[in-house]
Design a protein around this ligand. Structure first.
Ligand SMILES: Nc1ncnc2c1ncn2[C@@H]1O[C@H](COP(=O)(O)OP(=O)(O)OP(=O)(O)O)[C@@H](O)[C@H]1O
Ligand SMILES: [Mg+2]
Length: 239
């Protein structure tokens, strides 16, 4: 199996504020992996450090057998990684179409239009809204736009930060379904989530993070059914 991402003993944070204290994790080709953990434990920081946004201190970040630690975001994007941030992930004062165009500003017009068309096939709800301002979209539609924009760079590895947070159950389900179908199209998926049951239910494996460290890992199905984990990390047992 091809390893897409291998993180070893990763330390990182923001300037001199260390948040990650030796993270070990990996994601294999075609996998759907979810990292869960409580508020403030460093989930976003992990994904941001991998994507070259937070400060990398030490440790290994290998992407498809290349050492990419310290790489710039645009280099990572050119090598097939895309990232959907937790907040402020669309430009509200631009239209849906303009947001999508921003996702591929180095592409020629024809390729850009093809990619936009493909993203709209994935998220048909956005098709009727292409000329509307992103500010007018519902939370679920915004998330669809943010994911669509990430797809414009044609990624093979997608990093998503809490894609279902603050959405209605119906939108949560829709978003996770779409992410799952991206995986079926060959995109490897890494999600960090605080409300993790739904994401874990589609995942192959999961990691549990607390205070900047990985404290547990295993098959997603085991994590979902472990009563102790349910109690502490998944908001009680499932119904
Ligand atoms: N830009 C920043 N500068 C300094 N500290 C930060 C910065 N952003 C986040 N932090 C701190 O880093 C720690 C981890 O934050 P992070 O956003 O990674 O947590 P999280 O697990 O994603 O939480 P949540 O579930 O609320 O999204 C927190 O203590 C937070 O206050
Ligand atoms: Mg976060």
């Amino acid at each position: 199996m091809t390893r897409v991402l291998e993180v070893k003993d990763l330390e990182g944070g923001y300037g001199s504020v260390q948040i990650l204290h030796g993270i070990d994790m990996h994601v294999d080709e075609g996998e759907f992996v979810t990292v869960i953990g409580p508020n403030g434990c460093g989930k976003s920081t992990l994904i941001k450090t991998i994507f070259g946004i937070a400060t990398y201190y030490s440790g290994d970040i290998e992407y498809r057998d290349r050492d990419v630690s310290g790489w710039r975001t645009d280099q990572l994007v050119n090598h097939g990684i895309a990232y959907v941030p937790q907040v402020n992930n669309v430009f509200p004062s631009l239209s849906v179409e303009e947001n999508l165009q921003m996702g591929g500003n180095t592409l020629d017009t024809r390729t850009l239009n093809e990619r936009i068309e493909r993203a709209l096939e994935m998220f048909p709800d956005l098709r009727n809204r292409v000329h509307d301002l992103a500010a007018s979209l519902s939370g679920g539609e915004r998330q669809m736009l943010a994911i669509s924009r990430a797809l414009i760079s044609n990624p093979t590895f997608l990093l998503l930060d809490e894609p279902t947070a603050a959405l209605s159950p119906l939108y949560q389900q829709q978003i996770i379904d779409r992410i799952d179908s991206l995986r079926e199209q060959g995109i490897t998926v890494l999600i960090v989530e605080q409300n993790a049951r739904l994401s874990l239910s589609r995942s192959d494996r999961g990691y549990i993070m607390a205070s900047g460290k990985i404290v547990h890992t295993g098959d997603a199905s085991h994590i979902l059914t472990d009563p102790e984990i349910g109690e502490y990390f998944l908001g009680g047992t499932s119904h």
